[in-house]
Design a protein around this ligand. Structure first.
Ligand code: DQA
Length: 144
């Protein structure tokens, strides 16, 4: 089973950006959590981060025929990007949305998620564990 994990803008700044919201662990720490979880589950994982919307769209398109599932934290593009939503719909690869913070308890503009419309589930507010929960959700979905 091959899973692609996509992280959107500013997630490369984890550990530096707003530690009160996102914690003090770095992006490298996050990649370690995801890689360890994948190894423990016998899953092949690729972890990708980019700050540009179009590059994320390209990455989703290129996943067609290569990946069985996608875990995606689109970061700020969650709340704005019809292009990322359409890319997920175009490839029809099962996807799960993740947010490190509990977006439901934050600003009004974070209550909208376009990407969610193309996802089978969402995990928000569980910190880095949310990525592992999303991976498990995908594994269960793909096995059934
Ligand atoms: C985020 C939440 C978004 O609202 C924000 O723009 C981010 C990170 C999260 O992981 O909690 O950059 O997706």
């Amino acid at each position: 089973m091959k899973i692609l994990v996509i992280n959107g803008p500013n997630l490369n700044m984890l550990g530096i950006r707003e530690p009160g919201i996102y914690g003090s662990e770095t992006y490298e720490d996050l990649t370690r959590v995801i890689t360890d979880a994948a190894v423990g589950r016998g899953v092949d994982v690729e972890i990708f981060q980019h700050n540009h919307e179009g590059v994320i769209v390209d990455k989703i398109q290129s996943a067609l025929g290569k990946f069985d599932g996608i875990v995606i934290n689109p970061a700020a593009y969650t709340h704005t990007s019809v292009a990322i939503l359409d890319a997920l719909k175009a490839v029809s690869i099962p996807a799960v949305e993740v947010h490190i913070s509990d977006v439901s308890a934050r600003e009004e503009f974070r209550q909208i998620s376009y990407v969610r419309l193309a996802c089978i589930d969402t995990f928000a507010g569980f910190g880095f564990d949310g990525y592992v929960m999303a991976m498990d959700r995908l594994i269960t979905h793909l096995k059934n």
